[in-house]
Unconditional design. Structure first.
Length: 365
């Protein structure tokens, strides 16, 4: 169906155009081998299994925590849980859901098990777009497809269980069988996508790497820390600084944006908040626009990819990562956040008061 996105009409795929019954029919003779049980692997494999598809897991037993997690989630060693090479041999659709750096490392062992007509599936364009660095170059006798959920694996699973799903982009890089597109869309529906929108491997990886380093994670965390630090410098307590920086955003304002857009959130804030936000928004945009342009340039040129592969290839990377995350977790700001979360009421008011009066918000101003 065609959908108007701010004046640009784009074709999207919903569960109405491509129902689950069609997805099951398309994939009825396929064995979907999900390689990696780390972040996306559990969510996509469990969603596919719950929707009635034939799924197996390929996970290195050397990573015991991930292997044990798969067993705990109901995958049976020797029946639905195998090492990576055996899963690749058994599968007809190979879902490469290990980390980008790990894809580079395991590619030789995956490639030798690919058979004519298999599909090689990705949820990120990284390995294919930066093939000169990753050396992941698929043979010409397989389909190469991608479905990229716009959320973490945890969110993909939670949204699936709630019935909402998460939106995903999709792309076909190579169509050997003539069925690449329908296989791609069938898996997109099978993992529980809310809707699917077309992209290319290149556009997916450029936008994804920019978003992760920018608004979704890097910029968000950096701006939060900056505001918190300024408030603390001027004598505000940790609880006040955290509430005004993070808690009000995550527990109130961003929910309004999610529900009905940024302008609606503005309409439902005080006049003082509206005026200040409208006045300061251009200043923040002007300050950050050069940073985002530099970021996108580095992503497109491959500089960020080189850094990722170099960092993740360091044998001490996990220890270094743990130090960085521990420093964040143990900072005053996020310890204050932990205290705030512990103080949130556990019993929702709606259990005592059965009413929606006053929840619709202001629609005009």
């Amino acid at each position: 169906m065609l959908m108007d996105f701010g004046g640009t009409r784009e074709e999207i795929i919903t569960r109405k155009e491509f129902p689950m019954s069609k997805a099951r029919k398309v994939l009825k003779n396929e064995v979907i081998a999900v390689i990696g049980y780390g972040v996306q692997g559990p969510a996509q494999s469990l969603n596919l299994r719950d929707n009635g598809f034939n799924v197996i897991i390929g996970q290195s037993p050397e990573f015991k925590s991930d292997w044990d997690r798969a067993v705990k989630d109901g995958w049976k060693p020797g029946k639905t849980l195998f090492d990576i090479e055996e899963a690749c041999e058994r599968g007809t659709i190979i879902q490469m859901l290990v980390s980008d750096a790990a894809q580079k490392a395991i590619w030789p062992n995956v490639k030798k098990h690919l058979k004519p007509g298999d599909a090689l599936y990705f949820s990120h364009g990284f390995s294919i777009v930066y093939k000169n660095l990753t050396k992941v170059i698929p043979p010409d006798f397989v389909d190469v497809i991608m479905v990229a959920p716009k959320g973490s694996g945890t969110s993909v699973r939670r949204n699936f269980l709630s019935g909402a799903g998460i939106n995903s982009s999709f792309a076909v890089a190579q169509d050997y069988t003539g069925r690449a597109l329908e296989r791609c869309l069938a898996i997109g529906i099978g993992i529980g996508s809310g809707f699917l929108f077309p992209t290319t491997f290149e556009n997916e990886v450029y936008s994804d790497l920019t978003g992760e380093r920018g608004v979704l994670m890097g910029a968000l965390a950096g701006i939060m820390e900056a505001q918190y630090d300024v408030l603390r410098e001027h004598g505000h307590s940790p609880s006040e600084a955290f509430n005004e920086t993070v808690e009000e955003l995550t527990q109130s304002l961003i929910r309004l944006v999610d529900e009905n857009g940024m302008d609606w959130m503005y309409k439902n804030c005080s006049a003082t908040a509206q005026r200040g936000a409208l006045d300061w928004k251009p200043k923040f945009k002007k300050a950050t626009l050069p940073v985002f342009r530099e970021l996108y340039k580095r992503v497109k040129e491959g500089a960020e990819t080189k850094r990722v592969l170099s960092s993740l290839g360091n044998p001490n990377y996990k220890e270094q990562l743990q130090k960085e995350l521990s420093k964040m977790a143990n900072s005053e700001m996020w310890l204050a956040g932990k205290a705030c979360r512990e103080l949130r009421p556990k019993e929702p008011t709606s259990k005592q008061i059965k009413s929606k009066v006053g929840t619709q918000g202001r629609t005009n101003y």
